[in-house]
Design a protein around this ligand. Structure first.
Ligand code: GLA
Length: 632
């Protein structure tokens, strides 16, 4: 079936129920549209075999790391998923389509009838108090089969059909096997098979793998069949729900930021990769960090941005690079990234175990308020991230991206604390405490992240700005009609390509997405000549869902951002509570003073903020919900 036929079929089935929603995307509906399938109320924590072993995996290696997770106390600190990645499969048996396990490597999977089963393996992990994760592929062939050495370890064997171990055409059967029969708790689903197997690809031309007309064009978003990709992942989610009616599962979407997954992952999956693979080097860590760091409004309880697994312990994050290892850990914690260890823990030094096991840093990642950190200062050299915590305090990370020491200043307004009152900081790596008023000089060594818990007197004492609670603000419709690649992601040398190309290009869809304390195009929000440091910036024709966690009033200054060049653009703003209209402005034009809105929202669960444009496509028209806050 070609990709358009697949899209038509999926559109007719899986997406039919959302037809009304698609017709009137700006209509307030009083619901929170983040998926309720699966269970990841906080970022998942655990271990995965890939960064440590590639496809060269076996039971001994996995169980050894699992045992160390328990014995070292990491499990008690929250690391509980033990996930096998690519390389576990022997083949797909043609008689009945059952996927068989490489029993030479996983001896406990041997069965008398030859069916093979991971049940003893998952039983063992469960008996250790852990959860078990498996890996599959949405196409017919895995990334390891496509990009790896065909003669290397972990490659499925047999005929071309036997080597088609991916979910494509077998979603229900495979998910029933992995979850119903084998009792896994977590699945990472990769997508190389729907990306790389065009008829003219080397893998197909050599006769090694079967062609599958690519649904994803990795480099060219408009040539990707986004509804078809989404439809396939939706089918996986439905199968998971059928096989795990208790909803205790995790679906990890591994599309590396392609297929505009940023815009839809929250409706289908529990974590979603925002970039290509991490490598154990500094430049690559920056790239992966950037792919998630400006998507603070797109991470939510039950659906997290995934900048890929930790590489702590290896390469430029090993014992000789403690500063870098701590930075990697600090940043992933602040971003609410899944904390998935990618190291052979048998080789981990006490120092590395200390980095992975820093309880206070883990606590930031697992904080109950579940807000991804927001960039309070953004630049190519230094970034300052802040995060509002459930206990009312804040965390702040000052990050030196460069290879030289830098002196910077932390100012009270980075924390949205009052400049005339003392602010106390506790260093989460060395325990030091200090106080300052107004501003504090900070010296950062090369690649260093200073990570503090902070307490002070809030600027906005009567409530919380929306930009302080990104986990409660969901851009259900962000106004993007034609996804564009995000140019803000650091484009370091790709380790597996070096300079054998014309350069690294922006690739991940997301430019123009809604932002906290920035416009969708990374400027300071500004209306009628006045800048605002507290705002949600989004595009015209957007609808934001805001979870009201017990506040009584919503206030904002709404207007068209001064960056808008089109004098004919008109936008009207409305605020709704549980689907009911509370306030609508008139049509506003660029340069107009903002409309002051203050509405009661007591008892309402969902406040919706709609910015309706005068044309259906207004992708360059930025609007600001300035000073937007929920107050007591
Ligand atoms: C892709 C994924 C990696 C890993 C490999 C396995 O590259 O992005 O995380 O799962 O496939 O082949």
């Amino acid at each position: 079936m070609n990709r358009l036929a697949v899209a038509a079929l999926l559109a007719a089935t899986t997406l039919a129920s959302s037809a009304n929603a698609a017709d009137k995307p700006l209509e307030a509906r009083g619901t929170w549209s983040v998926t309720t399938r699966g269970s990841a109320p906080l970022p998942p924590m655990g271990w995965n075999s890939w960064n440590a072993f590639g496809t060269d995996i076996d039971e001994e290696k996995v169980i050894a790391s699992a045992q160390l997770i328990v014995d070292s106390g990491l499990a008690a600190k929250g690391y509980r998923y033990v996930n096998i990645d690519d390389g576990w499969w022997a083949k797909r048996r043609q008689a009945d389509g059952r996927v068989l396990i490489r029993t030479d490597n996983f001896p406990s999977a041997r069965t008398a009838d030859g069916n093979t089963s991971f049940r003893p393996f998952t039983d063992r992990l469960h008996a250790m108090g852990l959860k078990a994760g498996i890996y599959s592929e949405i196409g017919r062939n895995s990334c390891g089969q496509i990009y790896g050495d065909p003669t290397g370890p972990g490659q499925p064997a047999g005929t071309m059909a036997e080597r088609e171990i991916g979910l494509y055409g077998h979603i229900d059967q495979d998910i029933a096997l992995y979850f119903g029969e084998w009792n896994f708790d977590y699945i990472k689903v990769d997508g190389c098979g729907i990306r790389a197997l065009a008829a003219d690809s080397p893998q197909v031309k050599s006769g090694r793998l079967r062609a599958l007309d690519p649904l994803i064009d990795y480099d060219t978003i408009p040539r990707t069949n986004i509804p078809a990709v989404k439809g396939l992942f939706d089918q996986v989610g439905q199968a998971l729900s059928r096989n795990k009616p208790g909803n205790d599962f995790v679906l990890s979407i591994c599309l590396w930021g392609s297929a505009d997954v940023r815009s839809w992952a929250r409706t289908l999956g529990n974590l979603s990769r925002t970039s290509e693979d991490i490598s154990p080097n500094w430049e690559r860590m920056l790239h992966n960090l950037d792919s998630a760091s400006r998507r603070e409004l797109y991470a939510k309880p039950n659906s997290w941005n995934d900048p890929d697994m930790l590489f702590i312990g290896s390469g430029e994050f090993d014992d000789a690079h403690l500063t870098e290892a701590r930075s990697h850990m600090s940043l992933w914690a602040m971003l609410n990234a899944p904390l998935i260890i990618g190291f052979d823990l048998r080789k981990a030094s006490p120092a590395m175990m200390g980095v992975l096991g820093n309880a206070q840093v883990i606590a930031l990642n697992q904080d109950a308020a579940a807000h991804q950190a927001v960039l309070a200062y953004d630049g190519d050299s230094v970034q300052i991230f802040t995060k509002t915590l459930a206990d009312g305090t804040k965390a702040v990370a000052l990050f030196n991206r460069t290879g030289s020491p830098i002196d910077v200043k932390l100012i009270a307004s980075h924390l949205k604390y009052r400049a005339d009152q003392p602010i106390t900081l506790t260093d989460l790596w060395d325990g030091d405490t200090k106080s300052f008023t107004n501003e504090m000089p900070v010296h950062l060594e090369r690649h260093q992240t200073l990570l503090f818990k902070a307490s002070g007197t809030r600027e906005h004492a009567q409530g919380l700005y929306l930009s302080e609670q990104p986990g409660n603000v969901n851009p259900a419709v962000d106004g993007i009609v034609h996804p564009m690649a995000d140019p803000m992601v650091y484009r370091g040398l790709l380790p597996w390509r070096s300079t054998k190309a014309d350069g690294e290009h922006p690739v991940y869809g997301g430019w123009g997405g809604a932002r906290a304390d920035a416009t969708p195009f990374a400027q300071t929000p500004k209306i009628a000549g006045k800048t605002y440091h507290n705002a949600i910036g989004t595009l015209a024709n957007s609808r934001l869902e805001v979870r009201n966690t017990g506040f009584s009033t919503f206030t904002t200054l709404a207007g068209i951002d001064d960056s808008v060049a089109d004098p004919t653009a008109r936008v009207r703003f409305s605020v709704h509570a549980d689907g009911k209209l509370l306030k609508q402005t008139g049509w506003m034009k660029p340069g107009d003073a903002p409309a002051a809105i203050a509405v009661p929202v007591k008892g309402a669960k969902i406040v919706e903020l709609v910015a309706e444009g005068n044309r259906p496509e207004m992708q360059n028209v930025a609007v600001d919900w300035a000073e937007a806050a929920l107050d007591r």
